[in-house]
Design a protein around this ligand. Structure first.
Ligand SMILES: [Zn+2]
Length: 119
């Protein structure tokens, strides 16, 4: 638990995001589970009890917790940003089989009106 709080603190100290314990009646909250496989969260608010998976072996590091909290806040990986090819070159031959999906470029852009649209 202390490492989870340390990970949340990493985010809070560097952003406007704040975390607090669940209060009865909160419509949306994080449901941190330790018994699932992997370190992951859906991106952005999902509504209700949003699962954040922090597998006991491997995810109990403040930086990993912070990473998942940023996903909760709506951040995608920078290596999948639509403009990432302007800055880096992905050597796909070095990507493990089954992991290519993680390097797929997001095909969305935000238009002037603020809506999402596909390229
Ligand atoms: Zn991630």
């Amino acid at each position: 638990m202390a490492l989870v709080l340390q990970g949340m603190a990493l985010v809070s100290e560097r952003s406007c995001m704040q975390f607090r314990p669940y209060r009865v009646g909160d419509p949306d909250y994080l449901h941190v589970l330790y018994n699932l496989t992997g370190c992951w969260s859906m991106v952005g608010r999902q509504g209700g009890g949003q699962v954040v998976s922090l597998q006991r072996n491997g995810c109990f590091k403040p930086a990993v917790v912070a990473h998942e909290m940023l996903h909760v806040a709506g951040f995608y990986h920078q290596h999948s940003a639509v403009d990432r090819d302007d800055f880096v070159q992905i050597n796909f031959t070095n990507v493990k089989p089954g992991r290519l999906l993680h390097f797929k470029s997001l095909m969305f852009k935000i238009d002037i009106a603020g809506g999402l649209s596909k390229f």
